[in-house]
Design a protein around this ligand. Structure first.
Ligand code: PLP
Length: 461
């Protein structure tokens, strides 16, 4: 393949802009194909007689325009038109904003494996089976891979004890639908994953948020709630809680399991991010398997685009959950389940997880260095941090000021369950920008705002 060299001779203005414009033109005219790798920055700087800094700026500009993407340690690649924005931006967001509002896993080396695995699947005559309907719970080999994945967090079930879902969000919908019906009351932490609020809304369930401390739900509060009302279940995120990033210690898990068992209350345990940290505590499901629905997905550890999640529950409930998968989607996509299965079986899933975790730990260190003098909660390996704001900031004012300066974050209100009060805190997703240097810049801006106390006057009398 001949090396691509941009023609910048007749392009006016700064050199970096000229190079970025040449990248745009050459993509539009087919001289740079989707997936093509741009030349290493040092090579191109030498060939064009400009500094490496100029090339780096040009590539950053092209990335900002959504034309290319820099992959950590691999190089810069041309993106396919239409896929350029990745996750759709919200209407109030500009292309220049740095979005730290969504819980993306930190980038890893997943791009090194996808092509090879898909090629092997393409060459395998058996792959045609994955174009057929399959059992709603998933085929047995795929479920066995799910069981193997669950065993890595200490939940030991066989293939029959697993239902495959289309990711964790679908797992939540399936779990909730099997346990409750419209009008029922359910319990969650007082701050919880917004996807849970959407599902509860959709199903007509009423959420009661339980008070939390730095270890999670307070057992006495659960005890009181169980005494006063008949709740269908308690939904919990004990490991890397979303949004507070806290990890519930084993003693608190045991105390909550004790209350739940005494009141015959089911716990839906969402353990989606457990593998992002090293040695997560044993799930509540290991303490009371008969009263727990355990759900996880490969989204945070391996790849969210796979849309593969795993549910495990007592047998009768699991059967119901499989029927609900059938009623809502028939089954999780078998091609995707096959890809996930191959990655679990051959160890690729663990390699991707290791690379994502290493990047997340580097980002955690960066965030701690820049914001650590404030009150933050985070755990090395997790993909978001929770920043409790110093006086005089309120979460929405701080979020608005950050937005004005081009950084998008999520205020605590978004996570408030039911009508619970939200603290003066924000969630900052450090896994999100693919380039670590963008995060570096965004964290500087966020730290600067905290110091500036530059709140705008409220235009209200
Ligand atoms: C706690 C929690 N549960 C479930 C999900 C949904 O996961 P998935 O992407 O697998 O649907 C998320 C996504 O961020 C999450 O944070």
């Amino acid at each position: 393949m001949t090396l691509w060299i941009p023609d910048i001779v007749e392009r006016p203005g700064p050199k970096y802009r000229a190079i970025a414009a040449a990248i745009a033109d050459d993509i539009a005219e087919g001289r740079l194909a989707p997936g093509a790798k741009l030349p290493p920055q040092r090579d191109l700087s030498w060939r064009l007689g400009v500094t490496v800094g100029t090339i780096s700026r040009a590539y950053t500009e092209a990335e900002r325009q959504g034309l290319v993407r820099g992959e950590v340690g691999r190089g810069t690649y041309v993106l396919r038109p239409g896929l350029r924005e990745g996750f759709p931006m919200r209407a109030d967001q500009s292309a220049d904003d740095i979005d730290l509002s969504l819980s993306f896993p930190a980038p890893g080396d997943e791009g090194d494996y996808i092509g090879d695995t898909l090629r092997r699947m393409a060459d395998d005559p058996g792959s045609v089976d994955f174009l057929d309907y399959q059992s709603p719970a998933g085929n047995l080999r795929h479920r066995a891979a799910g069981a193997a994945w669950l065993s890595t967090t200490g939940v030991h079930v066989d293939a029959d004890g697993v239902v495959i879902t289309s990711g964790g969000q679908n797992g939540i919908l399936v779990a909730f639908s099997a346990l409750a019906q419209a009008g029922d009351h359910i319990l969650t932490e007082e701050l919880t994953f917004p996807g849970v609020k959407s599902v509860a809304n959709m199903l007509g369930l009423r959420i009661q948020g339980l008070p939390i401390d730095e270890h999670g739900v307070i057992p006495e509060a659960l005890e009181n709630a169980c005494r006063t009302q008949n709740y269908r279940f308690l939904y919990l995120i004990p490991t890397i809680h979303n949004p507070t990033a806290r990890v519930m210690p084993p003693e608190r898990r045991a105390a909550l399991a004790d209350v739940a068992q005494r009141h015959n209350l089911m716990i839906v345990e969402d353990d989606i991010a457990a593998r992002c940290i090293v040695n997560p505590p044993a799930p509540i499901a290991t303490l009371m398997p008969e009263n727990t629905v355990y759900l996880t997905s490969l989204s945070k550890a391996v790849a969210p685009g796979l849309r593969i999640g795993y549910l495990s529950a007592p047998p009768d409930l699991l059967k119901r959950q499989a029927s609900i998968v059938g009623a809502s989607a028939w089954m999780a996509t078998p091609i995707s389940a096959e890809l996930a299965t191959r990655w679990i079986e051959d160890g690729t899933a663990e390699k991707i997880l290791d690379s994502r975790r290493a990047e997340a730990i580097a980002r955690f260190k960066l965030a701690t260095a820049k914001l650590g003098h404030n009150s933050i909660s985070a755990t090395p390996g997790c993909h978001h941090i929770w920043l409790t704001l110093p006086e005089p900031w309120r979460a929405t004012d701080y979020t608005e000021e950050a937005k004005r300066r081009g950084i998008v974050i999520a205020p605590a209100e978004i996570f408030a369950a039911g009508r619970s009060n939200a603290p003066h805190a924000v969630r900052i997703c450090i896994g999100m920008p693919r380039q670590r240097k963008k995060l570096d810049y965004a964290l500087d801006v966020l730290a600067e705002i905290l110091l500036s106390h530059n709140m705008r006057d409220i235009a209200m009398v």
